[in-house]
Design a protein around this ligand. Structure first.
Ligand SMILES: Nc1nc2c(c(=O)[nH]1)N[C@H]1C(S)=C(S)[C@@H](COP(=O)(O)OP(=O)(O)OC[C@H]3O[C@@H](n4cnc5c(=O)[nH]c(N)nc54)[C@H](O)[C@@H]3O)O[C@H]1N2
Ligand SMILES: Nc1nc2c(c(=O)[nH]1)N[C@H]1C(S)=C(S)[C@@H](COP(=O)(O)OP(=O)(O)OC[C@H]3O[C@@H](n4cnc5c(=O)[nH]c(N)nc54)[C@H](O)[C@@H]3O)O[C@H]1N2
Ligand code: SF4
Ligand SMILES: [Mo]
Length: 715
């Protein structure tokens, strides 16, 4: 049999935020090899084991490739038309009887890596439900809230200018495993090593001695949940020792005196015991951040998914501002995205700012944040009877029964729904409860452009990857699936997706000011590509999709440049260093100072190199080895609780109990234990069984997944 010729395709990896360029080798429709694209303008050939596993992902026999409809306790394959018919019946029945809020929408993480994700908004508008939930409230929402309040939009998040930085203070992030988050920097481990090679210093603050800590100059264990205290003490020291020097951004900043007053009660000596870091060490950290020519503070998931997530996220940027590192080369800077960036639209230098609490969750009264409710509220909204109770759910690329708090209870709640439809590529903890599962197209059949991630990049880059494969027979574009669902939700199931798609594109063009000739220029395109083309043409650079198609390795738009005041979209047109809602929340932090630990143990999470949240660690090349679900525990604690290395330990919280093998290691702080999330379907146990749904950061609604009080015993 003649072998089909091998061919090469280049595309951006869709699996994490690093946006690495991949070189794919294809034989017919088969993906046979993945390598790093050495000519990629941003990643220069770097890649991680997850990208290699794309081959396994493409070929995985467990993948759903045909619509599935429920028949009793199992699924059977169905045609798209039958599946949509079932969805229309199920969704319309609930809306007609109980109103739009009876249908919830949950959007998971992969939407952020998929151009189709931009069409979620259309589905949400058609649903008109206030019950919109996403992985954002088990992830980065605190940073989006603090950045919105300080700088004016939900994606105005400064990132370390890592390639020119000489001192980086990093809290609650482990990029040697996770490759950066809210910080698009392919090959971040290489960039961090380069920082040290040119004489710079990397300081890591983490309750675990992580892979990143091993590669750092300095590591401090910190008591989980106390980062805001540490950062306040750094702010205190900056004022106390006369180290505040804001430089040119000073004249664009409000609220410095308010911050000084707030910080006065958080001296290093005051917070030291609570944080578990010596006062003199804290003072030195402050002096070094202020003293370096080019320094930045960066913090991620460990500081977000905790009790004081929004305060900690805010204080990171307060330190950046006060030490003169915001908007400065080598400091913390704003990217300028080429398409659809929130802080390049509207009037440069001022805007409407952000507003929260336009509605509240029914049971707990939690405020809406950027149009969504905390996913920690989802279970109670399904369980609690009454007007507005959730009776149906649509999940798109999400696995909340694994990823969100009190997972075992959510699992039961999902089983009680009248109707559920999922768009996914697997039957998993969540989608197994669906009445209909609609298969998402394979990753290689879609065009790719990271609209959100390039707004957080450490260089300005634009990179579009065309589909490497045509849709397979029976596959449907995911954007089309979303528009069909939107039509059903709007009660117009017969409206063809093309019609809605055209409305979406015309709306994007209207928002961009209807430039002459633009519609004609993009008219031959369809779906999110047409919208992307509009955004590129009307964005801050002179680009079009066609130009990106001619550059398969991406277009480098240069290093980050200072953007203040033009980048700001606050109503004042200034940086708000002391937003009132954040100031009000400080009393809660102060109260926490009085807490004593009493020998208790708290649980934190961790990520593993060969995994991706809940859905990739069962793939061939990622399975086994060090990729196992264990309870990391310090030798002192292991002895105290009678737990032995390799033997099962029982971990109990107010929400539940799980058994996992103990891994006794001094790479974790005494009084802290760690279990990775995303396990439980094939191997291991689901750590979110232990996360109580009532623990949230009040300003962002973000779940507290780190710093959960637990007890440990032999199982
Ligand atoms: N304890 C604890 N819990 C956590 C975290 C933690 O650190 N600790 N981290 C949190 C974070 S940061 C996140 S982002 C969330 C993730 O939370 P979720 O997004 O809810 O969970 P994922 O595991 O990412 O599930 C993604 C789903 O998308 C499907 N999928 C993959 N590709 C596609 C596609 O192209 N189209 C469609 N339609 N589906 C696709 C997968 O099969 C899977 O079901 O978990 C959170 N949960
Ligand atoms: N291999 C792999 N890569 C991934 C993912 C994956 O699942 N696997 N997931 C992707 C996703 S969705 C995201 S959001 C990013 C996240 O990327 P990162 O933010 O880098 O996430 P983690 O690697 O979990 O690192 C979080 C660290 O916070 C620490 N920590 C826990 N509690 C606290 C605390 O209270 N204070 C401090 N200072 N530290 C604390 C933990 O010990 C852990 O080392 O990773 C992405 N990349
Ligand atoms: S680091 Fe992220 S983007 Fe890069 S190859 Fe790995 S999964 Fe893909
Ligand atoms: Mo995430």
């Amino acid at each position: 049999l003649a072998k089909t010729a091998l061919r090469t395709a280049f595309r951006t990896c869709p699996l994490c935020e690093a946006t690495c360029g991949l070189e794919l080798t294809l034989e017919g429709r088969d993906l046979v090899r993945v390598r790093g694209d050495h000519d990629d303008v941003f990643s220069h050939g770097y890649l991680c084991p997850k990208a290699i596993a794309l081959v396994d992902l493409e070929n995985d026999p467990d993948r759903i490739r045909t619509p599935l409809v429920r028949e009793g306790k199992s699924f059977r394959e169905a045609s798209w038309e039958e599946a949509f018919e079932r969805v229309a019946q199920g969704v319309r029945k609930v809306i007609d009887a109980h109103g739009p809020n009876a249908v919830a929408l949950y959007a998971g993480n992969p939407n952020a890596h998929n151009l189709s994700g931009t069409y979620l908004r259309v589905l949400l508008q058609a649903l008109r439900t206030q019950n919109f939930y996403s992985a954002s409230t088990v992830d980065q929402m605190p940073k989006q809230v603090s950045a919105g309040m300080m700088f004016g939009t939900l994606l105005s998040i400064p990132v370390p200018d890592v390639d020119r930085c000489e001192h980086l203070l990093m809290l609650g992030a482990n990029p040697f495993v996770s490759n950066g988050s809210l910080f698009t920097a392919p090959a971040l481990p290489d960039r961090l090593r380069a920082l040290r090679r040119r004489g710079g210093k990397l300081v890591v603050v983490d309750p675990r001695f992580t892979q990143t800590a091993k590669e750092a100059d300095e590591h401090h264990f910190i008591v989980p949940g106390t980062d805001a205290l540490l950062l306040f003490a750094i702010v205190h020291t900056l004022f106390d020792e006369g180290l505040v020097r804001m430089g040119p951004i000073g004249e664009h900043t409000n609220g410095v005196d308010d911050v000084r007053a707030l910080a006065s009660s958080f001296a290093p000596e005051t917070v030291s015991d609570a944080c578990g870091i010596g006062a003199e060490q804290i003072r030195r950290m402050a002096r070094e951040v202020a003293g370096a020519d080019r320094a930045a503070v960066y913090a991620r998931i460990g500081t977000c998914t905790q009790e004081f997530g929004t305060l900690a996220s805010w204080l990171v940027d307060v330190v950046n501002v006060l030490a003169g590192n915001l908007d400065r080369l080598g400091g913390a800077m704003f990217a300028k995205g080429a398409a659809g960036a929130f802080n390049t639209t509207g009037t440069p230098g001022a805007g409407r700012g952000v507003r929260f609490g336009r509605w509240h969750s029914r049971v707990r009264g939690a405020p809406e944040v950027y149009g969504e409710l905390p996913v920690a509220c989802l279970t109670e909204e399904i369980e609690t009877p009454g007007e507005g109770q959730i009776r149906a759910m649509i999940s798109i690329a999400g696995n909340p029964a694994s990823s969100t708090p009190d997972a075992a209870r959510l699992d039961r709640a999902l089983a009680s729904l009248e109707f559920m439809v999922s768009v996914d590529i697997y039957v998993n903890e969540t989608t197994r409860h669906a009445d209909v599962i609609l298969p998402a197209q394979g990753a290689l059949t879609r065009g790719h452009y990271d609209i959100a991630l390039y707004q957080l990049a450490c260089r300005n880059v634009a990179h579009y990857s065309p589909p490497a494969l045509e849709l397979a027979p029976g596959e449907m574009h995911e954007w089309e699936v979303l528009l069909r669902l939107a039509a059903i939700a709007a009660g117009q199931a017969d409206t063809p997706a093309e019609i809605i798609d055209e409305m979406v594109a015309r709306e994007a063009l209207r928002r961009a000011g209807n430039p002459d000739g633009a519609w004609e220029a993009v008219a031959h395109r369809r779906g999110p590509e047409r919208v992307l083309d509009i955004l590129l043409r009307t964005g801050p650079y002179d680009l079009s999709l066609e130009m990106l198609e001619q550059n398969p390795h991406g277009v480098d738009l240069g290093p980050l440049e200072p953007r203040i005041p033009e980048v700001l979209r606050t109503p004042s047109g200034r940086i708000e260093l002391a937003p009132p809602a954040l100031v009000d929340d400080v009393a809660r932090l102060r109260a926490a100072l009085a807490r004593t630990r009493n020998g208790g143990v708290v649980l934190v999470g961790r990520r593993q190199l060969r995994s991706n949240n809940s859905w990739m660690h069962n793939l061939g090349t990622l399975r086994g080895g060090t990729n196992v679900c264990t309870l990391q525990i310090h030798p002192d604690d292991a002895e105290r609780f009678g737990v032995e290395d390799g033997k099962p330990a029982r971990v109990t919280s107010s929400a539940g109990t799980i058994d996992v093998p103990a891994e006794v290691t001094d790479a974790i702080m005494p009084g802290v234990v760690s279990i990775p999330h995303g396990w439980g379907l094939y191997d291991g146990a689901n750590s979110n069984t232990l996360a109580p749904a009532d623990l949230i950061d009040p300003l962002s609604g973000n779940a507290v997944l780190n710093g959960i009080p637990v007890t440990v015993a032999p199982a």
